[in-house]
Each structure stands twice: as C-alpha cells, then as structure tokens.
Design a protein around this ligand. Structure first.
Ligand code: CP
Length: 306
C-alpha cells in the first residue's frame, strides 16, 4: 500500500508515468469512466478548500466511484477531541482511499502510519501540498512541452506557501532548472528548502525583492497569495499582503511565451485584467488538477485500464 505525503514519494519515472496517464485521461475520459466503480474516496478536510477537495471529489466521480467526507474540523468529531490517529482508523473501515488536509504539518504522515488505506496529503500547514505540485507539473509539461531547462520565478509568500515548497522539491530533480525567488524579506524561502534542497542539489537561484526586475528572463512565473491564516500578527499580514500585484503593465515586461501559474485562491496578487492575457494559465491549471488526481487515485489503488 502506498501513500502520497510528499512529491518525493514518487520517483521521476513514476511521476512521468502518472503525468502520461493524466494526459491519456484528458484525451480519453470515457475509457476511465467506470475504472473505480465500487470504490470510495474519503475527503478529510480540517481546513478550508475549494479546489483540492472538490477536484478530488470530481476526480473520483469521473472514475465512476463514490465520495464521502467532511469539509471542516467543526463538522467532524475532531471538534469533540478525536485524534487524527483514531479518525483514520475509522475512515479505513468506510473508504478505499482518502485525501487529508490539516493545519498541522505532519498530520497526514501520522494518519498514514495508522491507516490501512492509501492516504494522500492534500496540504499540511505550511509544509507540503504534493497534489498541487502534480497539477503544476502537468500544467507546465502540457503547455511548455518540458519540465527541464526552465527558469521559474516564484513570487509572494515563499515562507508559508506550501505549494512553493512542494514544487521546488519536485523540480530540482530535472535538468537545467533555475529559480528566481521573489519575496519580501519577511517571507523569504525557509532555510530547510533554500539550503537543504536548493543548495544541496546545486540548483542555481537568485533572490529578488522586485517583481519588475525579475520578469524578463522567466519561462514560468508562479504567483502565490500571502497566507493570512499562517500569520500570528494581523498587522504584519496587512503590511505584507499587497507586496506584489501582477498587472498588465508588468506583463508587458515579460517574455511573450512566459506562463503565469497560480495555485489559487487569488486575493489581490494578480489583477483581473491579466486573466485575458493568453499567458495567464491559472484557470487551465485547475482543469489539469482533476486529471492528475484521477491518475493518482488509479495509481494508488493499483487500477490499470488497458
Ligand atoms: N490550490 C488549493 O489548494 O486551493 P484550495 O485551498 O481551494 O484547495
């Protein structure tokens, strides 16, 4: 039995196979429409979500399976004090696979250690968000045609942004990857990623405070929101929340083939006027999220379709 707690739980070959499967699903959805008949996915969401929870549910329904779960800690027995370890033992009796989002880093790992069904980390605190990474990789591979030899600008809250941490972990395994880390000083990438992942793997990176200065050399610009829910001090959040706003004027400084990704939700960091720019692919990215989650469910349940 396998879990997905970090993007590194998949080897490069497994990742490539999963993205190939997701692409086949994109082009041949009918082939997979009964692949999970009789199977159940549980979504255990202790934190708010729109995309991750609903795309998992959509993925399982597209595969002919069923879904159950809860969308907030308050509506589960966590509100009465039940532990994650006990909850997953219960859910293992009800479902074949589960996706868990939790505000505490490592909660899905704890769940996996007690689970008799595959556990998928759907975001744990400021730590990792591996299925967003699968979504991001499929978006880049589908629209750029490659996952190597790319210069990627990561902009916004690099301290708390778990999607950024997971994406870096995944991309450093490809050839010719360079990063431009664009953030206010207070929201710089933590050392456990900058030193232990980038520097340890000899990945070229620079840090910048101004988005305008970074744009002209980018293949991908990955925007992120400032993660209000991770701040202890509201004044600090208010001071930093609008550090970067991508607008048409800034897009004019960027290469004609640069893609703009965002894990969403967006707050102010991308002006709506950018939505009509053909380089803005964050809504296409959402659709890819369904295909990769379908591929992931099939992979973890060991279901193959000829
Ligand atoms: N990208 C993402 O995780 O969105 P949700 O918080 O809506 O799931």
């Amino acid at each position: 039995m396998r879990h997905l707690l970090s993007p590194l739980d998949l080897s490069i070959d497994e990742l490539d196979n999963l993205l190939d499967l997701a692409t086949d699903i994109e082009h041949n959805p009918d082939k997979y429409s009964e692949a999970c008949k009789g199977k159940k996915l549980a979504t255990l969401f202790y934190e708010p979500s729109t995309r991750t929870r609903l795309s998992f549910e959509s993925a399982m329904l597209n595969l002919g399976g069923n879904v159950l779960g809860f969308s907030s800690a308050d509506s589960s027995s966590a509100a009465k004090g039940e532990s994650v370890s006990d909850t997953i033992r219960i859910i293992s009796c009800y479902a074949d696979i589960c996706a868990m989002r939790h505000p505490k880093e490592g909660a899905p790992l704890v769940a996996a250690s007690k689970s008799s069904i595959p556990v998928i980390n759907a975001g744990d605190g400021g730590h990792q968000h591996p299925t967003q990474t699968l979504t991001d990789l499929m978006t880049i591979r589908s629209l750029k045609g490659r996952l190597s030899n790319l210069t990627i600008g990561l902009c916004g809250d690099l301290k708390f942004g778990r999607t950024v941490h997971s994406l870096i972990n995944a991309l450093v395994r490809y050839e010719g990857i360079k990063f431009v880390l664009i953030s206010p000083n207070e929201l710089r990438l933590p050392d456990y990623i900058r030193v232990d992942v980038l520097e340890k793997n000899n990945i070229e990176y620079i840090e910048a405070e101004h988005l305008e200065d970074a744009l002209e050399n980018l293949d991908i610009l990955y925007m992120t929101r400032v993660q209000k829910e991770r701040f202890f001090n509201e004044e600090e959040y208010i001071r930093l929340k609008d550090s970067y706003i991508l607008n048409a004027e800034k897009m004019a400084l960027a290469p004609k083939d640069m893609l703009v990704l965002h894990p969403l939700p967006r707050v102010n960091e991308i002006s709506v006027e950018v939505d009509n720019d053909e380089r803005a692919v964050y809504f296409k990215q959402v659709q890819y999220g369904v295909y990769v989650r379908m591929a992931l469910i099939l992979t973890l349940l060991n279901i193959t379709i000829e």
